[in-house]
Design a protein around this ligand. Sequence first.
Ligand code: UDP
Length: 319
Amino acid sequence: MFKPRVLITGGAGFLGSHLCERFLAEEYEVICMDNLITGDLGNVEHLFREKDFHFEQRDVTEYIHVPGRLDAILHFASPASPIDYLELPIQTLKVGSLGTHKALGLAKAKRARFLLASTSECYGDPNVHPQSEDYWGNVNPVGPRGVYDEAKRFAEAMTMAYHRYHDVETRIVRIFNTYGPRMRLNDGRALPAFMSQALEGRPLTVFGDGEQTRSFCYVDDLVDGIYRLLRSNEVLPTNIGNPAEMTILEFANKVLEITGSQSTIDFKPLPEDDPKVRQPDITKARAVLDWEPRVDLDTGLRRTLAYFQTRLAEGGTLA
Ligand code: UDP
């Protein structure tokens, strides 16, 4: 019997590598594609010994060819941290637009189901709280985050167009802040920054007054939601995230508690267009996917800490 075959673009990234693992565990043959700009082969090195795992170093903004059958394509290729898309604005726009177009074209040719990794950034600096899928957002197209937000909004529009005009089976997940092992140590996000600062005894850099909120989801929960969404019939965007909301200052203090660090807190200027609040409304995911997060923040942070400690012991580069 043939195993289903899935292509995961951005498969060597933080989320992509966890998806590769999950699909291998679900008895899929996995083709992991990544240009390794922000992805890291170290994230999937342990999978190379699996006979059903294949790696292709390729840029999805160029023509992509995959020989043979494909049952599903998960389009996860994109720089995804504020520092990354500030450093790589053109690549971010290209992979969200041209890359999504190429991946959708491949899905159409192979009659594969297509799942787009979209983002809570589609809601911008939201005027509606918590954010449900029917909120259209408050995005500044010309601000520093515009390259990511608008690329993903375009990608959603393109995905719906391929669904409506080419009958491609499509799914769209709007991913909220996610954390866990294999986050890049120096990608500038709150968690890697705080954890590495705490472990090195440096002050934690809290931006603004730290009163802005986020809701952090552990990576295994996110991956489970994505797996369920792929197998569901839900075409319109679906939020996947953990609704447990907290201020960034509370989050920084939580990291200090979990790491047992004596670090102080250093307040730094708030980046431009940094959303003031963010919390997913997951009513739809609960109803349609029978999904909700299971890993609480303490448990998730402890698992993540173990990863950071190992990386540090290996001499990893910190934020
Ligand atoms: N943040 C912070 N210190 C840091 C990095 C981030 O206070 O060293 C803040 C950031 O301004 C934002 C929140 O933490 O309000 C989450 O930032 P992250 O980059 O993780 O993701 P975002 O939700 O902004 O995409």
